[in-house]
Design a protein around this ligand. Structure first.
Ligand code: ZN
Length: 441
């Protein structure tokens, strides 16, 4: 009946540490929108949660798109005239243009430069670049190195393959009492980037691992999908099930230390939007962003034909920090304490989702006599006790079937946990009954 999301200090600490360790393991894998990097990533996640791994063949029509050919890479480098490797994929996988076609030839500096990518504004960092749909070969390197390349001959080598294969994604449903679902989605298509993609992946994994031990009202569907083409593929294969989704979040950029940013769903006034607005008011510096048709997979979930109640939770939004899509989004850019904070915050969101019901006061004429029902029983400290007594009165008064627990929290200003406890005890004393689920679609 109630979400027993018991959270102890050691769970918080453990979650941060284990998420960080998982990032360290996944960091070296060369992920892309298809290929073995994604498969290896999902097989690591399978150690923690029983993921279903889905393979969709290249060429499959998915909505207005088609699953692309699969890309795999073994090695890539640039050698100078002396035969020294001056750029080496094995040292950092960002050095190769993601989806680079194979190449193996000698080029002069002028020709080479047409295939090099740098960031002049951050000259020490290597950019992350992709070319999924325009066939090209290329390398990424620091602007400092680029500027110092002498005239002469270079040997370029990309040992990659692009051919029909499959797009791979992972999915896991944690069952609750109802088949109504909460969708939690993250992208798994970036190579060695930590905040962008890995933070969302490890948070979703550890949250799924935690939730599967809990007694839940909703069912929680976790998606580990390549950005854009992955959500399009998943949506096209699951169109008939979408009406089960009551709330959703795209999880990304959750390992840095910035304040939370929540991007509302396209509808803008869904229950998840209201829950996030309520919770973010209590988080220092947090910002609510209106929906826009740019960003991560919320673009697909909130396309007009689906218009799902899905928002996006991040710390610093994409594109608004210089490390975004560069080699500086590395293992030092994320920290266990930030990941742990994101874990705890997401749990608060889930607790609100679970507890945001409407109740019906069964003795609405006059105030019921609380003393004889043991409802003056002390809880916690003195200030909590006062809030608890007020919570009893607020829950009784507003449980007319029209107010959700979130409405009561907003009106009363009382902590949601204390309101939940009050409702639980009132229900045990047969003064409240559930007035149905508080969801609209
Ligand atoms: Zn990205």
């Amino acid at each position: 009946m109630f979400p027993e999301l018991k959270l102890q200090e050691n769970i918080k600490k453990q979650a941060g540490k284990s998420m960080y360790e998982l990032i360290q393991r996944l960091y070296p894998l060369c992920r892309s929108i298809t290929g073995n990097g994604v498969r290896e990533t999902l097989s690591v996640l399978k150690e923690f949660i029983p993921l279903t791994i889905v393979e969709v063949a290249s060429g499959t029509k998915v909505l207005d798109w088609e699953v692309p050919d699969e890309w795999n890479i073994n090695d890539a480098w640039i050698k100078n005239e002396e035969g020294e490797k001056i750029v080496d994929f094995k040292k950092l996988n960002l050095h190769v243009l993601n989806y680079s076609t194979p190449v193996n030839k000698e080029v002069d500096l002028g020709e080479l430069k047409k295939h090099l990518f740098t960031i002049p504004e951050s000259p020490d960092w290597v950019p992350y670049r992709t070319s999924y749909y325009n066939r090209n070969w290329g390398f990424c390197l620091s602007h400092n190195q680029y500027e110092k390349l002498p005239e002469g001959k270079y040997f370029v080598h990309v040992d990659s393959e692009i051919k029909p294969g499959a797009l791979t994604y992972g999915e896991y449903l944690v069952p609750g009492k109802t088949d109504k679902e909460v969708l939690l989605s993250c992208h798994i298509c970036h190579p060695s980037l930590c905040n962008d993609n890995l933070s969302g992946i490890v948070l979703a994994t550890k949250m799924a691992e935690f939730l599967k031990t809990q007694d839940l009202h909703y069912s929680y569907r976790f998606l580990f999908i390549p950005g854009t083409i992955g959500s399009i593929t998943w949506l096209s294969r699951n169109e008939k099930k979408l009406d089960k989704i009551r709330h959703g979040l795209v999880l990304t950029l959750l390992g840095d230390s910035s304040a939370y940013h929540y991007k509302k769903s396209r509808r803008g006034n869904c229950e998840i939007d209201n829950i996030m607005e309520y919770l973010l008011e209590k988080e220092e510096g947090a910002k609510l962003l209106d929906f826009s048709p740019y960003g991560y997979d919320e673009r697909q979930f909130c396309s007009p034909g689906f218009n799902l109640p899905v928002g996006r939770l991040s710390r610093k939004p994409h594109g608004e920090f210089p490390e975004y899509h560069t080699s500086a989004d590395d293992i030092n850019f994320v920290a266990p304490e930030n990941l742990s904070h994101s874990f705890v915050f997401l749990l608060k969101v889930i607790k609100l989702i679970e507890g945001n019901k409407k109740w019906l006061n069964l003795k609405p004429k006059g105030e019921p006599q609380l003393g004889k029902r043991g409802l003056y029983k002390p809880i916690g400290g003195q200030s909590q006790q006062k809030d608890y007594q007020m919570a009893i009165l607020w829950v009784l008064n507003l449980s007319d079937g029209n107010h959700s627990m979130l409405d009561i929290a907003k009106k009363s200003g009382i902590d949601f946990d204390i309101l939940l406890l009050a409702a639980e005890n009132l229900s045990k004393a047969n003064l409240l009954e559930e007035a149905g689920d508080n969801y609209e679609v």
